[in-house]
Design a protein around this ligand. Structure first.
Ligand code: XMP
Length: 485
């Protein structure tokens, strides 16, 4: 617990203040297991979460991260309807069973059917009459068609192989293999069309063995809400979000905690709340029955809260304090902000976090929504704090309390980060570093890493020794830069 009196104040540490001490190990990095928990009920295959920021997390980032085994939290600096659509896009991306089907009837004209297929970029349309499946129209049926004046019933495939709605993925794939078909319509006991499975979707799954999915096979995704926005929370839940993140710069605001208690009563999915930096805040939020805690007040690359308001706790100490309390209640902690290198992720987990939330490390990737810019021949992407002037004045967020009158005291900056290509490449390097750290500490699992961690405090000289020194860097490896933007 931090005491207010100056003479009682304790030392707070952050990533650069410490290193992890290597220990006896038979663990090879290649064999470690990096599965972890985001919340009480949500497991991740890699401990990486994207920050709900408007230059980091929209559908594309969330889809990519969920495929890699992490999760994206869609930002809220937009109208509720826009955020809902972003969540829906993620949920639609890889639904094993497509339930919102586009269909045609037997007397739809071929012209209209082809138009629908082109517009929606789909290769096959079930043909239904009174909700009963009577045929299927695929690219094969129309490939050699001359003119398109005919009706669907004239060219559709009438002998349709169907599956029962309760088929497992393996059974569906077996049928498709045997019958050499790419699409398997699913029907209920009365022959009503209830869904469609495509071989493409099943095979896509095999390409992403680590992807995190819900019980319907859809990718996991989270959505952020303002502290008092119960309506948005309900809309996100209805859209299919798997977790709600109550997104505030001050998660120990007692009014926010009251609101979280109300939210708990109307929301069935997991709730993460934050941001906090003390064990008392953790305890108070846990009493509101949250399922995960987001830790970090002021460590972010674009944050100025500590400078503007004089408030914050160095991040490693904040994580350790929150995690110590959270662990007693079985609540996972997210270390949010200030992560610059993969080694920082290892330190955050060793200090008690179950996952890390990333902003700047992801903002330069293709999947981030920021704008690409060119400065002196080098490629960058824009990245801004959600409490920056641009984000607050241009969006819907109230994270840093927009004051009436059009005036506002920013707690963040707007900038740019180097362009980095695919997020999968960045995540590969980050997780590679985590696995390496687990090897050095003899930790086959994330839980063991927390248990085995032994920190040593380093001096400024130690930090200088840690970075490359006495050498002119001729090229930058993909996992290291010493440029201080
Ligand atoms: P990184 O270091 O990963 O940090 O870029 C991302 C985290 O920073 C927080 N955040 C802010 N903090 N002012 C702040 O004080 C801001 O404008 C701001 N915007 C984001 C947030 O926790 C995010 O995940």
């Amino acid at each position: 617990m931090f005491l207010t009196k100056l003479e009682d104040a304790k030392m707070g540490y952050t990533y650069d203040d410490v290193l992890l001490v290597p220990g006896p190990s038979r663990v090879e990095p290649i064999g470690v297991n990096v599965e972890s928990s985001l919340t009480r009920h949500i497991k991740l295959n890699i401990p990486v979460v994207s920050s709900p920021m408007d230059t980091v997390s929209e559908s594309e980032m969330a889809i990519a991260l969920a495929r890699l085994g992490g999760i994206g939290i869609i930002h809220r600096n937009n109208k509720k309807e826009v955020q809902v659509e972003m969540i829906k896009r993620v949920k639609r991306e890889e639904a094993l069973i497509i339930k919102d089907l586009y269909t045609v009837s037997p007397d739809t004209s071929i012209h209209d059917a082809i138009k629908l297929m082109r517009e929606k970029r789909i290769a096959g349309l079930p043909v239904i009459l009174d909700n009963k499946l009577v045929g299927i129209l695929t690219n094969r049926d129309i490939r050699f068609l001359k003119g398109n004046a005919q009706k669907v019933m004239d060219v559709m495939t009438k002998q349709v192989i169907t599956g029962n709605i309760n088929l497992s993925m393996e059974q569906a794939l077996d049928i498709m293999n045997q019958k050499k078909i790419e699409k398997l319509p699913l029907v209920d006991g009365s022959g009503n069309l209830v869904g469609l499975i495509t071989a493409k979707d099943i095979l896509k799954r095999e390409q992403d063995p680590l992807a995190v999915r819900d019980e319907e096979g859809k990718l996991l995704v989270g959505g952020a809400i303002g502290a008092f926005d119960l309506e948005r929370a309900k809309a996100l839940q209805d859209a299919g979000a798997d977790v709600i993140v109550v997104d505030s710069a001050h998660g120990h605001n007692l009014n926010l905690i009251d609101s979280v208690k109300k939210l708990r009563k109307v929301i069935d999915i997991d709730i993460i709340a934050g941001n906090i930096a003390t064990s008392q805040a953790a305890e108070d939020l846990i009493s509101a029955e949250v399922d995960g805690l987001r830790t970090g007040v002021g460590p972010g690359s674009i944050c100025t809260t500590r400078i503007v308001a004089g408030i914050g706790v160095p991040q490693l100490t904040a994580v350790a304090q929150v995690a110590e309390m959270a662990e007693r209640h079985g609540i996972p902690v997210i270390a949010d902000g200030g992560i610059r290198y993969s080694g920082d992720i290892v330190k955050a987990i060793a200090a008690g976090a179950s996952s890390v939330m990333l902003g700047s490390l992801l903002a330069g990737t293709d999947e981030a929504p920021g704008t690409e810019i060119n400065i002196s021949g080098r490629r960058y992407k824009t990245y801004r704090g959600m409490g920056s002037l641009g984000a607050v004045m241009g969006g819907e967020s109230d994270r840093y309390g927009k004051l009436g009158s059009g005036k506002f005291v920013p707690e963040g900056v707007e900038g740019a980060v180097p362009y980095k290509g695919k997020v999968a490449d960045t995540v590969f390097q980050l997780i590679g570093g985590v696995k390496s750290g687990m090897g050095y500490t003899g930790s086959p699992t994330i839980a063991k890493l927390r248990e085995n961690a032994r920190f040593v405090i380093v001096t400024q000289a130690g930090i200088m020794e840690s970075h490359p020194h006495n050498v002119m860097l001729l090229s930058e490896p993909p996992n290291y830069t010493n440029r201080n933007f």
